[in-house]
Design a protein around this ligand. Structure first.
Ligand SMILES: O=C1CCCN[C@@H]1CCCn1cnc2ccccc2c1=O
Length: 485
C-alpha cells in the first residue's frame, strides 16, 4: 500500500530508511554506503547551492575545480593531520589489468590537493586574499553505520579554502561563513541550530579552532554536526610553505580557513520535519510547493475542473510559486493525496464541482493538515501567506522541540539523569582535554558515550553556586549529547 510500515516515534531508523525511499529521494545502491540521489533530493541540494553560491560570490570567493586524485606523498605530508583519518582513505591501485606503479588516493577533503598550488600562486601580499571554493564529491570509506544523507562513503559538499595576510581577516571570515550555514538551516531547512566552538578534542586536528552549527534530532536525543567553519591558523602554511612577502618585504606565512556543508543537511531536515505520512518539505526548499489535484465527481463538468486546475497552476507559477497539477487519469484523488503527502509537498489544492461553482479552491497544509476554502480571487495572496506560515511553523515546532529537550546540569547526577532522558545538556565546562576524555569514559554505555558538541557563542546565564566552579576559574557552557548519529 501507499502508507509507511514504520512509525517515526517507534522505529526511527527503519522509518527514516523507508521515508527517503517512498518519498523518492533515495534509491539504495549495490555498493554499501553509497546511495543514488534522485531528482526529489537533488532539487533541494540545488536550492541550497543557489543561495550559498550567490552569497559567497558577493564575498568575492571564486569557484574552481581541483582533481579528484591525490598523490600519496602529498596526502601523508603531515602525520598528525592524517593519522586519525588514514583508514577512511580510498585508493586507486589498478587501471584495467595492470597495477598502478604508485596507488593514488581519492580525495576525502582537498587541503592536500590544493595547498601545494596555493604555495606556488601566493608570492606577495598582492596575491592575498586568495579565496577559492569548489562544489564536488568526496569519498571517505567509513565503516560505522551508513545512513542516507547523514553518513555515506561518497557525498556532495562545497569546500571553501581561503588564505589571508592576517589572522583578523581569517577570524572574520570564519564567522561570516558560519552565519551562512545558520541561514541555510534556519531560513531554508527550517531547522534551528546552535552556533558554537568545538572543544580541542572535537575540533579538526589540523586546524587552530573549529566553529560549528549543531542541529538536534529529537527522536535520537542526539546533536548532529550541521556544518563546520575552521580557522586553520598557519599550520598548513607551515606544512606546505605558503608564504608571502608583506609590505615591509618580510617573509610571512598566510592565515587560512576551510569550511564545508554537505548533503547531510538534507538528512537532518528529513529527520526533524518528517512524520508518519512521509516527508514534510519546508516551502523554501520544495521543488513543488503546491500540487493541484482535480476532484471530478461523476461526469459533472470534468473539463471545467481540469481547466480550473491548469489555470490555478499558471496563476501560481506567474507569481513565482512552483505549482504542479496532477491530472493523471489512472490514479484516484485519494491516491494522489497520499502520494504527494509522502513526498512532503507543503500545500495541496483540491478543485471539485462545488469549488468550481463557488469560485473557490480548498487548500490543505501538509504540516498540520489544516483545510481552508479560499476564494479563487485571493488565490496568490492566500497561497503565499500559507506557504510562509508553513515555513515558520516548521521552524517554530522544531525549535520548541529542541528547547524542550535541552536542560542545564549543575551536578553529575543531574548530568547523568538528563543523558539517560536523551537530552541535550548545557553544563559548566573547564575545557580541559583530559576531563573531556574522562567524562567520555565514565559515560560509555549501551546508549553510546557522551561527547561535547560545542561551546555556544551565546552563553545562557550560569546559575549560581555551581560545584564545578571551584574546580577551575574558567568555565563555559557546553552542549553535550550522546555521540551523534
Ligand atoms: O571539514 C572541513 C571543511 C572543508 C575542508 N576540510 C575540512 C577538514 C576535513 C577534516 N577531515 C575529515 N576527514 C578526513 C578523512 C580522510 C583524510 C582526511 C580527512 C580530513 O582532513
Amino acid at each position: 500500500g501507499l502508507g509507511l510500515t514504520y512509525k517515526k516515534d517507534e522505529n526511527f531508523g527503519e522509518w527514516y530508511s523507508e521515508v527517503v525511499v517512498n518519498g523518492e529521494m533515495i534509491q539504495y545502491y549495490d555498493i554499501s554506503g553509497c546511495y543514488i540521489l534522485r531528482p526529489w533530493a537533488m532539487s533541494i541540494w540545488e536550492k541550497m547551492h543557489d543561495f550559498f553560491d550567490a552569497e559567497i560570490k558577493k564575498m568575492k570567493i571564486q569557484n574552481c575545480y581541483f582533481p579528484l586524485f591525490v598523490s600519496p606523498g602529498v596526502l601523508e605530508k603531515e602525520k598528525d593531520h592524517i593519522e586519525g583519518f588514514a583508514p577512511e582513505v580510498a585508493w586507486v591501485t589498478k587501471s584495467g589489468e595492470s597495477d598502478l606503479e604508485v596507488p593514488i588516493a581519492i580525495r576525502p577533503t582537498s587541503e592536500t590537493v590544493m595547498y601545494p598550488y596555493y604555495s606556488k600562486w601566493i608570492r606577495g601580499h598582492r596575491d592575498l586574499p586568495l579565496r577559492l571554493n569548489q562544489w564536488c564529491n568526496v569519498v571517505r570509506w567509513e565503516f560505522s553505520n551508513p545512513t542516507p544523507f547523514i553518513r555515506s562513503r561518497e557525498f556532495l559538499w562545497q569546500e571553501g579554502h581561503t588564505a589571508f595576510a592576517t589572522k583578523e581577516e581569517a577570524d572574520k571570515e570564519v564567522l561570516e561563513i558560519l552565519e551562512l550555514y545558520r541561514r541555510i538551516y534556519e531560513e531554508f531547512l527550517a531547522v534551528p541550530v546552535i552556533k558554537g566552538k568545538k572543544s580541542e578534542l572535537e575540533k579538526f586536528a589540523g586546524g587552530l579552532y573549529t566553529t560549528t552549527v549543531e542541529a538536534f534530532i529529537p527522536n535520537t536525543g542526539r546533536g548532529v554536526q550541521g556544518a563546520t567553519s575552521h580557522c586553520l591558523g598557519q599550520n598548513f602554511a607551515k606544512m606546505f610553505e605558503i608564504n608571502f612577502e608583506n609590505e615591509k618585504g618580510e617573509k610571512c606565512m598566510v592565515w587560512q580557513n576551510s569550511w564545508a556543508y554537505t548533503t547531510r543537511t538534507i538528512g537532518v531536515m528529513i529527520m526533524v520535519h518528517g512524520d508518519d505520512k512521509g516527508l514534510v518539505l519546508p516551502p523554501k526548499v520544495a521543488s513543488v510547493q503546491v500540487v493541484v489535484v482535480p476532484v471530478p465527481f461523476k461526469d459533472a463538468d470534468t473539463k471545467g475542473i481540469f481547466d480550473a486546475c491548469t489555470s490555478v497552476v499558471e496563476t501560481l507559477k506567474e507569481s513565482g510559486i512552483s505549482a504542479e497539477a496532477d491530472t493523471r487519469d489512472n490514479y484516484s484523488p485519494g491516491w494522489k493525496y497520499s502520494h504527494w503527502e509522502m513526498k512532503g509537498v507543503p500545500l495541496r489544492i483540491e478543485i471539485g464541482p462545488r469549488d468550481l461553482a463557488n469560485k473557490q479552491v480548498r487548500i490543505v497544509r501538509r504540516d498540520n493538515s489544516a483545510k481552508t476554502d479560499i476564494p479563487i480571487d485571493d488565490l496568490v495572496v492566500k497561497v503565499r501567506e500559507t506557504l510562509d506560515a508553513i515555513q515558520q511553523n516548521l521552524f517554530d515546532a522544531a525549535k520548541q522541540k529542541k528547547e524542550a529537550c535541552m536542560t542545564v546540569a549543575k551536578t553529575w547526577e543531574e548530568f547523568m539523569d538528563a543523558l539517560n532522558q536523551k537530552k541535550l545538556i548545557l553544563a559548566p565546562w573547564c575545557d580541559e582535554e583530559d576531563v573531556e576524555k574522562s567524562v567520555k569514559e565514565r559515560t560509555r554505555g549501551e546508549m553510546g558515550a557522551v561527547k561535547t558538541l560545542c561551546s555556544p557563542f551565546d552563553q545562557p546565564e550560569m546559575p549560581e553556586g555551581l560545584f564545578f566552579r571551584h574546580l577551575t576559574l574558567l568555565y563555559i557552557k557546553l552542549l553535550l549529547s550522546r555521540h551523534n548519529i
